[in-house]
Unconditional design. Structure first.
Length: 140
């Protein structure tokens, strides 16, 4: 009888050790993912800041160019019509640039590692496929 209790204590210790190791593994994975995300954000932050500064300079240059264009066209068609024409052309160019930006925007929903066999949040399609495989196996 005492051997049975000794075995139970050993099994409890093994299970407790496994749970502790699993918890450590999960914490390590979360730390790794957090480090990768923070690294990507740090890379994107510098690029975003450079693009914002570039956009501000480009906006100032475009304002100067558009004002010059309005002044040049105002001699031909009047200041109000020249302003409307320049504004319309500017809005068309801006909308085309927005469409181009939307179409070339990268997919930010990719996995952190391509060879990662342990997905933190498996997709619904994969889960549905696994459920379908289980139900098909149960029917047979």
């Amino acid at each position: 009888m005492s051997d049975h209790h000794a075995d139970d204590a050993t099994y409890r210790e093994v299970v407790a050790g496994l749970l502790e190791d699993g918890e450590q593994f999960a914490k390590s994975r979360l730390k790794l993912y957090r480090a990768v995300v923070l690294y990507r954000v740090a890379q994107a932050r510098k690029a975003a800041a450079l693009m914002v500064v570039a956009l501000m300079i480009a906006a100032a240059a475009l304002v100067a160019l558009l004002m010059a264009l309005v002044l040049a066209l105002s001699e031909v068609m009047g200041p109000l019509v020249a302003g409307i024409v320049v504004c319309a052309i500017g809005l068309i160019v801006a909308s085309l640039l927005i469409l181009w930006g939307i179409r070339t925007f990268p997919n930010l929903d990719e996995k952190l590692f391509e060879d990662d066999e342990y997905d933190v949040a498996p997709s619904l399609a994969a889960r549905d496929a696994a459920d379908h495989a289980e139900t098909t196996k149960d029917v047979r």
